[in-house]
Ligand binder design. Structure first.
Ligand code: RB5
Length: 144
C-alpha cells in the first residue's frame, strides 16, 4: 500500500496520478487535500508519519513545485524524500538512495512525464549495494 497527498498546487496532478495508479492496479490511499487551499507541511507530515510507522510502504507528495513538500518531508526522521523532474533521477532515488517518498511539482511537470516518473519510482528497487547501505546509514546518523 502506498500513500499519496497534495496541497492545492498539486491537486490536479494528484487526481491524474490516482487515475494512473488505479489503472495500474496499485493499492493506494489518498490522504488529501480535496483541492481547497491548505498548508502543505501538514500533508507532508501526515503522509510521512504513515510511512515511518509502516502503514504505507512508500509515499507520493505533490505541491506546486514539489519543493515545499520535499523540504517538509525531509524533516521527518526516517524519511528520504526525492524531488524528481525526470525518470533518471527517479530511478536513482530508488537504486542509490532508497527514497521512501517521491515529491513532484504539479505546476512544473507535464502529466504524462509525471506518470512515467511515478512508474519508474515504483518499479525500481533499492540496489542494496554495501556502499549505498553505508551512505544511507550515515544519513540516519545525521538525524540523531
Ligand atoms: C502553494 O501556492 C505553493 O506554494 C505550494 O504548492 C508549493 O509549490 C510550495 O513549495
Amino acid at each position: 500500500m502506498i500513500a499519496i497527498a497534495s496541497d492545492h498546487g498539486g491537486y490536479a496532478l494528484k487526481i491524474a496520478l490516482m487515475e494512473h495508479l488505479a489503472k495500474r492496479g496499485v493499492d493506494f490511499e489518498d490522504l488529501g487535500c480535496n483541492g481547497e487551499p491548505v498548508d502543505y507541511p501538514a500533508y507532508a507530515e501526515k503522509l510521512c508519519q504513515g510511512v515511518t510507522a509502516g502503514q504505507y510502504e512508500r509515499g507520493i507528495l505533490v505541491c506546486g513545485t514539489g519543493i515545499g513538500m520535499s523540504i517538509a518531508a525531509n524533516k521527518i526522521h526516517g524519511i528520504r524524500a526525492a524531488l524528481c523532474a525526470d525518470c533518471y533521477s527517479a530511478a536513482m532515488s530508488r537504486e542509490h538512495n532508497d527514497a521512501n517518498v517521491l515529491c513532484l511539482g504539479g505546476r512544473t511537470l507535464g502529466t504524462e512525464l509525471a506518470k512515467r516518473i511515478v512508474d519508474t519510482y515504483l518499479d525500481t528497487p533499492f540496489s542494496g549495494a554495501e556502499h549505498h547501505v553505508r551512505r544511507i546509514e550515515m544519513i540516519r546518523e545525521l538525524e540523531s
